[in-house]
Unconditional design. Sequence first.
Length: 317
Amino acid sequence: MIGALFGVIAAFSWGGGDFLGGLASRRLPTFLVVAASQTATLALLIPTALIIGGAPPTGAVLPTTAIAGIVGGTGVLLLYHGFAHGRISIVASIAGTLSALIPVGVSILQGEIPSLLRLVGFLAAIVAIIIVSTSSVEHAVAGEAGAHADASSGAAARGGAFYGVAAGICFASFSLIFASVESDAIVWLITILRIASVSALALVFVLARLVGRRPPGDEPIRAGAIPTGLLPRLRLLLLLTVAGTCETAGNLFFFLASGESGVAVAAVFTSVAPITTVIFAALLLGERVNIRQGLGIALAGVATIAIALGRVAYTNC
């Protein structure tokens, strides 16, 4: 039960952080949003780890955690980019479904035999992804009459379905890699995740500039995107910091959930994160979905619940 609680807390932390980060990405370049939010969080994590983190981990834990951080950071970049140029409801539902589907699929390949309910959930998840990713998207985009001030640019095809698939694969990979880490130095693990992701972003930026190109998601900053007054700038910094902090809190509670319940169960519970993101998008940004998209999103939710409730029939040892 405690593992499920940790998983739900992680889901709401990730969902809230994803919405805030996606909102910021509609105002600023995605690369800048991810780099700034994660750097701001890292500035808080490093002194925290030094003060209360105890002895840092050593050995194979370091590279494994670093790889997880880079993969997870890549997923966040893809997700935010999808939010900025597509539909939050579409991108989030696909990413969340895949992040639950893949870890459970891996557990089956490792010898776990799924129950009928979980198998139905798998099939429903696949159908849901196909429905959502192939639905036509018609909505007011930035600059059009009736569009929200923070509306999507509409540049991504199929509402950003590709970014949802790519982000979901990254998040599932993050779950599998990070859950394999065995260490009690939790604060240091979370800090190492951020050090790795921020370092990777910095390296990509430098390499791209050296060859005369912009890194992925580093679009030119549009006029007026960065406020001029001190207070508005502080609000923007707070938005980025809260987004990064929520992502970090999600990582922390996912690690605790996977330790209590295993990665497959933890991944399923945390996959409800898109529900939070979609609700915020509907209430605050006025995003609406057509009937076909709504059915696909609803089916994705049902599939996730079925996978979560479907117990393992037995383990093939």
